[in-house]
Each structure stands twice: as structure tokens, then as C-alpha cells.
Write a protein that binds this ligand. Structure first.
Ligand code: XUL
Length: 531
């Protein structure tokens, strides 16, 4: 019998499903449901409810339940062998929170297949909407919590990250302060991931160590709720938080709702979900410490894996628990492709091939020329004021400016990932710019390690399906090594390998100090250097 596992990913704009067959090591089914298009009655725009305050970004949790119902209906229509699914896991957009009343456990245990899933949830929500990761309305609460926890360094070393507006703790604090009556009605706070897992399991699901670390509430080293952080966040929060557990671990059999309505295997195991980034890390095959993935998209994101927990004293990077054990980090650089495109447009270069040819006209190290491309306020380093800064670089030298942006971005990644104290052994690249050989060569040289391209469209849902398989095997007494499990699902693109050139790597070792000094000078000029 085929060993099928279902992975779901509830992202900002869509819900996706991936079904894998563990024996043939193949993805046998993929589907995505766009929230705005499939469920227009919820009136979301790109998955988010319109709001007069641009800092406020909420989504309706009922929409996520309705999407789960619809996706199962689609899978049934598409004749997915739901009766053969052995376990289900999933991932959700990180940080978003769902507020449940005391009526939730009973309602979850008695989901009626005669009614739509969302209609089963009347009286279950203490708050109609969920603040999501795009919300940035909690600056005040961030500084209040950070102050109580002893500043940036201590907040990061205890919870894995400095306080951030989108993180769940500051969001809960704002809710408790501004809507005390609704907070009093809240019996349980769930994350997007644990809420959806609760629907599938028919009972309140635990939060895992990956998504739990995105709350500013979990002790990142001991993997338990941090008493001081919970106390600093909101009154009576301890009793409102669910248990913490390993992602992929068993919750119990799936709710009869899905068995009776869609023909899901009654013995299918519902397992603990995680956040979309931790799941993606698994989907990309990042299992061992020292493995790194970089997504070169609108913004550039650096994912790294660590054995031992290191936290970033400057508060720029995040540390989450990895579903494969150990830790992962996420560092987001806002001026990624966005900035690369701005430079290309500025110099009127028609395509990236020509851009790459210009890069090749100048030597690695660019004769010391440095460009800081902060077209948008930057997240890493934290710079609120946009600005383009040049050092020993003539603005009219087109080729040198082309090389300079590639070098600055890659040097910035190296500099701002040093706190991890893990030298990358190999780097997987994904995203729109990952087929740009000139950029990949600079990356390989700056990081002094080989770079390989990976093409996976639904890495989070794939990671979730692998997590379901891992959890099911463990529940059946077969503890399988993660590298054995992911093998075959996440192979790099053939011929995509880029190796570092020894001479260039030496040049970048030296240039890193100059780059750091330039960054400091530019930040000081715009008063972005922390006191
Ligand atoms: C991570 C973050 C986003 C969301 C997107 O900290 O906020 O990547 O997880 O879904």
C-alpha cells in the first residue's frame, strides 16, 4: 500500500496542499487555493482585511477554516486517495494569533459534517479578526515588553528574538490593553498553525517550538513558556497558552468531520503544525548545522541552521526551533531584488545578462568601491531612513556600480550572520534571482563556499508533508533520520553548482572590515546607530 502523507500550508494569501508518496519519493499531488478568489465573501485583499490604519493588518480566522473545508472538497473532487493518507501536518504564516473562547474545546470535539466547517465555529472566537505578521501597530507594546525583559540583548537571548511589532506577544499585549473585555472572554490563544491543527484534530492543539519562538514568549533554550516574558505581556496569560510540543508529533486521530465528509482515512494521524519558515527549511532539505538557504526575492532572506542556540545581541536576526531538532535562523534583508532592479533601471541596462557582463568587467573587490543600496528603509541593519551611500565609488562608473550592489548585498549577509558562529558548508539558493550566475559567483566568493540552486514551488507544504511522515513513523516506533527522509525530494538543479574562487574569497575576507566600517558610517550619518 502506498504511504501517503498530506502537508498543508496556510500562508497570507492562500492555502496549499502537497501529498507525498514516501515509497516512490514523489510529490503525487499539489494544489493551491487563493483566498480572495475562492472565498470572496470574506472581502480580503491579498488575504488581508482592509483597514483605515495602514499599520493594522488583520485577517478573519473563519476564512482559514472555510479554506480548509474547500481544499478538502477540491482534493475529493480531484480523486486524491484521501482514504490512504496516513498522517497530516501543516504550516502557517508565522506570528498571527487566533483568540478562542471557553466554548472552543466542545465545539471542536463535535464538528458536524452536515454543516460547513466555518458554521461549526459560532461562539468559538473571542475576537473576530486575527492580527497577522504584516501588522506593525504595536511599537509601544514592543518597547514596554523589551524594557521589562532588560533590553534588546536579553530579550533576544531569552526568547530568540528582540520584540518585533508582528510577534505574537506584543500583539496579545495590545489586545489585552485595548479590548480588555474581549481578552477576558479569551480562554485560549492559538497561532494560525495551531488553530488549523486544532480543526483537523478536533481538539486544542499544542504550539510547536518553531512557531512558538515567533511569539516573544517561549524560552528559546529550554523550550518552555518563559515566565518573565509571559508576565510582561498580559495578565493571566499563562492559563491561556496551550502546551508546547515537537512539530510533527502526534495529537491524535483526525476529527470524524473530515472522515465522514471527505472520506479521509479514520486512522490518519493529526500532528502538530509549525510556522511556514521552519517548514520551508525542511522542504529545502536544510537538516544539518551549517547548511544555509538564501531566497533571492523581492527581499532577500537568509535561512541558517545551528546545532547550539546562538542569539543575535543586536536583535536583527530571529532564532526559531527547527522541526528537525536544533535551531534555525531567519534574517530578512528588505533591499533585495527591489534594490538590484533599481540599479539596473537607473543605469538603463536592458537585461540581467548585460548586467552580469558589466559585473565581469570589474575585479572582485571592486577596487574598494562600496555601495549601500537602502532604497527602502532596511531591516538588517535597522535603518529607518532610506538612502544610497557610496564610498570610493564613482556614480558614473556603471560597471563598478553593478558589481558594487551585488557585493554589498552578499557582504551584508556574511556580516549580519556572523553572530550564528557557524560557517556555511553549502548554500542552497531559491527565488527569482537564483538563476543569475554572476550574482551566485559573488555569493560563493564572499561566503567562500559552494552554492547550489533549488527549485521548489511549495517548500513549506512539502516540508509539512515530510513532517507528517516523520511524526507518523515516530508514532509507529520507527525513528527515521531526517536526512534519510528528505533525500530525493529536494535535489539541487543539475549543473547549477557554483564554486568559490580562492583568490576572490581572500579579497572579500579583507573587504568585509571595510564594508562594516562603511555601514557604520552611513548609519551614524542618519543616526541609526543604537546608543
Ligand atoms: C517571518 C515572517 C513571515 C511570515 C510569512 O518572521 O513574519 O515570513 O512567516 O508568512
Amino acid at each position: 500500500m502506498a504511504k501517503l502523507f498530506l502537508g498543508l500550508d496556510s500562508s497570507t494569501q492562500s492555502l496549499s496542499a502537497v501529498v507525498i508518496d514516501l515509497d516512490t519519493r514523489k510529490v503525487v499531488y499539489e494544489k493551491s487555493l487563493n483566498f480572495d478568489q475562492a472565498l470572496p465573501q470574506f472581502k480580503t485583499c491579498h488575504g488581508v482585511l482592509p483597514n483605515r490604519n495602514p499599520l493594522v493588518k488583520h485577517s478573519p480566522p473563519r476564512l482559514w477554516a472555510a479554506a480548509l473545508d474547500r481544499l478538502f472538497a477540491e482534493m475529493k473532487k480531484d480523486r486524491v486517495a484521501l482514504d490512504k493518507i496516513l498522517a497530516i501536518s501543516g504550516s502557517g504564516q508565522q506570528h498571527g494569533s487566533v483568540y478562542l473562547t471557553a466554548a472552543a474545546p466542545e465545539a471542536l470535539a463535535a464538528l458536524d459534517p452536515q454543516k460547513p466547517l466555518a458554521d461549526n465555529l459560532d461562539g468559538v472566537f473571542a475576537r473576530k479578526t486575527s492580527p497577522i505578521w504584516m501588522d506593525s501597530s504595536t511599537a509601544k507594546e514592543c518597547s514596554e515588553i523589551r524594557k521589562k525583559l532588560g533590553g534588546v540583548k536579553f530579550t533576544a537571548s531569552r526568547t530568540g528574538s528582540d520584540t518585533f511589532e508582528r510577534f505574537t506577544g506584543p500583539q496579545i499585549r495590545k489586545f489585552a490593553k485595548t479590548e480588555p473585555r474581549a481578552y477576558a472572554r479569551t480562554a485560549q490563544v492559538a497561532l494560525v498553525s495551531s488553530f488549523l491543527a486544532s480543526l483537523l484534530a478536533g481538539k486544542i492543539a499544542p504550539i510547536d517550538f518553531g512557531d512558538g519562538a515567533g511569539m516573544n514568549l517561549m524560552d528559546i533554550r529550554r523550550k518552555i513558556w518563559n515566565h518573565d516574558a509571559v508576565k510582561a505581556t498580559a495578565p493571566g496569560l499563562t492559563s491561556r497558552l496551550p502546551a508546547l510540543a515537537d512539530s510533527g508529533s502526534a495529537i491524535g486521530p483526525v476529527s470524524p468531520y473530515f472522515v465522514q465528509k471527505y472520506g479521509l482515512n479514520p486512522d490518519a494521524l493529526a500532528t502538530v503544525w509549525t510556522g511556514d519558515n521552519p517548514a520551508s527549511v525542511i522542504g529545502l532539505g536544510l537538516i544539518h548545522p551549517g547548511q544555509v538557504a538564501i531566497s533571492l526575492g523581492t527581499s532577500d532572506t537568509f535561512f541558517g541552521t545551528m546545532d547550539k542556540c546562538q542569539t543575535d545581541a543586536s536583535g536583527e536576526g530571529h532564532v526559531f526551533g527547527s522541526p528537525a531538532g536544533g535551531y534555525l535562523t531567519l534574517i530578512c534583508f528588505k533591499n533585495g531584488s527591489l534594490a538590484r532592479e533599481k540599479i539596473r533601471e537607473h543605469y538603463k541596462i536592458s537585461d540581467w545578462k548585460k548586467f552580469g557582463a558589466l559585473v565581469a568587467q570589474t575585479p572582485p573587490g571592486n577596487n574598494g568601491g562600496i555601495l549601500l543600496p537602502w532604497f527602502e528603509p532596511e531591516i538588517v541593519p535597522r535603518v529607518n531612513q532610506p538612502g544610497i551611500h557610496r564610498f570610493d565609488l564613482d556614480e558614473n562608473d556603471v560597471a563598478a556600480n553593478c558589481r558594487a550592489i551585488f557585493e554589498a548585498q552578499m557582504l551584508s549577509m556574511r556580516l549580519h550572520s556572523q553572530w550564528m558562529q557557524v560557517a556555511p558548508e553549502e548554500i542552497f539558493v531559491t527565488g527569482g534571482a537564483s538563476n543569475d550566475r554572476a550574482l551566485l559567483q559573488v555569493l560563493a566568493d564572499v561566503m567562500n563556499c559552494r552554492v547550489l540552486r533549488i527549485e521548489i514551488s511549495k517548500s513549506a507544504a512539502l516540508g509539512a508533508a515530510l513532517q507528517a511522515a516523520h511524526g507518523w513513523l515516530a508514532a509507529n516506533g520507527k525513528h527515521t533520520k531526517w536526512d534519510k527522509l528528505v533525500a530525493g525530494f529536494t535535489a539541487p538543479v543539475r549543473g547549477s553548482e557554483v564554486l568559490p574562487a580562492k583568490q576572490s574569497a581572500k579579497i572579500y575576507d579583507k573587504l568585509l572590515d571595510k564594508y562594516a566600517a562603511c555601514e557604520y558610517e552611513a548609519m551614524e550619518a542618519v543616526k541609526a546607530v543604537p546608543a
